[in-house]
Design a protein around this ligand. Structure first.
Ligand code: ATP
Ligand code: MG
Length: 346
């Protein structure tokens, strides 16, 4: 039986990268899944506290992210939708996994190094940097492994930036199963969408992120049509005012072409679009206008549904409760096996 699991951090309103890289695929998988496939999507609030954030916003961000899951069309009866912190088994399994996980492997994770803007060589940190490093940021890939493994996920649809963490999760399975002799945990497979890495509109060499300090770098679910247009029109490109596709030499233009290709009804790739009769050599303004129109057409219904749902707090609270019950049940099935293997069972 297939189990699809994925998560998203409540670190702000979701953006176009989250949508194209992950969330749109969740909806597609829901619509195409066999009836006995289990679908589980989590708002991973315990991950959101690994980095400093403004005070007083987390509960709002959680509510907004839960709402976003519904706004993209996930069906709360078909899918288990829940807050990670409402299922203690995630933290319990994290601890148990941490006792067989390798610190050497963890220290090679590029994400935590980049979040701290560090050089590749972990051993080269000076003492001041070392003291400021938070253990939660270092070890969160173990929590992420627990998120996936506690539900016995077989398929995990994520963006490209999560590739290494999923490899680590599989390593956690190997370590645990060999330490406790048996096939107790299941190795998950990583699933990527065609848009596995949407780039920032202001720094085309970085991925679009909720946590980027520059709000113009991303397009949000809540952005109006005019806000979308303004951000796309201001997107960083280069000084050649003619459309062509060259990912290495023209990353800003390439990102816009990639975006357009994800919305192209004919399914044309970025290079193909750049060579098409109406875009080849056209002024960049023409490309930007087409991107803004396509993005707005895709996000408008989501934006409307998001606003409608946020105005129904009682309905949301009921779904949050229902999700927590179902997610706890799902996790407990695995925890019975795990506790027994570790000899922590009654
Ligand atoms: P943060 O900056 O707080 O880490 P984020 O934008 O990276 O936020 P996450 O909640 O960490 O979002 O990730 C949720 C999902 O969205 C993950 O599957 C991740 O791989 C995917 N994702 C995030 N950014 C992008 C992007 N720019 N392109 C494609 N997928 C993305
Ligand atoms: Mg992220």
């Amino acid at each position: 039986r297939a189990v699809i699991f994925s998560g998203i951090q409540p670190t702000g309103v979701p953006h176009l990268g989250n949508y194209l890289g992950a969330m749109q695929q969740w909806k597609r998988m829901q619509d195409e899944a066999a009836p006995d496939t289990k679908l589980i999507f989590s708002v991973v609030d315990l991950h959101a506290i690994t980095v400093p954030r403004p005070r007083g916003l987390l509960s709002q961000w959680k509510r907004e992210m839960f709402t976003a899951l519904l706004a993209i069309g996930l069906d709360p009866d078909r899918c288990v939708l829940f807050y990670q912190s409402s299922v203690p088994a995630h933290s319990e399994l994290q601890w148990i996994l941490s006792c067989t996980a390798s610190t050497g492997y963890l220290s090679r994770m590029t994400q935590w190094k980049s979040k701290m803007s560090l050089a590749d060589d972990v051993t080269a940190f000076d003492d001041k940097v070392k003291r400021s490093l938070k253990h939660g940021l270092f070890s969160y890939p173990i929590l992420q492994a627990a998120d996936v493994l506690v539900h016995r996920a077989t398929h995990v649809p994520v963006g490209d930036d999560q590739k290494q963490h999923l490899e680590f999760a599989r390593e956690c399975v190997t370590n645990f199963n060999s330490a406790y002799g048996g096939q107790h945990l299941v190795k998950p497979e990583t699933i990527f969408s065609p848009a596995k890495r949407v780039m920032s509109l202001t720094k085309p060499s970085a991925k679009m992120s909720k946590s980027d300090a520059d709000a113009r770098s991303r397009i949000l679910f809540t952005d109006s049509a005019s806000a979308i247009r303004a951000k796309v029109m201001a997107a960083v490109t280069d000084s050649t005012n003619a459309v062509s596709y060259d990912a290495a030499a023209r990353p800003g233009v390439a990102n816009l072409l990639e975006l357009l290709s994800h919305f192209d009804p004919a399914g044309r790739g970025a290079g193909e679009l750049a060579a098409s009769a109406d875009l080849a050599g056209a002024p960049l303004k023409e490309l930007k206008t087409r991107v803004a129109d396509a993005v707005n057409a895709a996000l408008a219904p989501i934006r409307d549904r998001f606003a409608e749902l946020l105005a129904r707090p009682d309905y949301l609270a009921g779904l949050v409760e229902q999700g927590a019950v179902r997610a706890n049940q799902s996790a407990e099935e695995t925890m019975k096996i795990v506790r027994e293997a570790v000899e922590l069972g009654a």
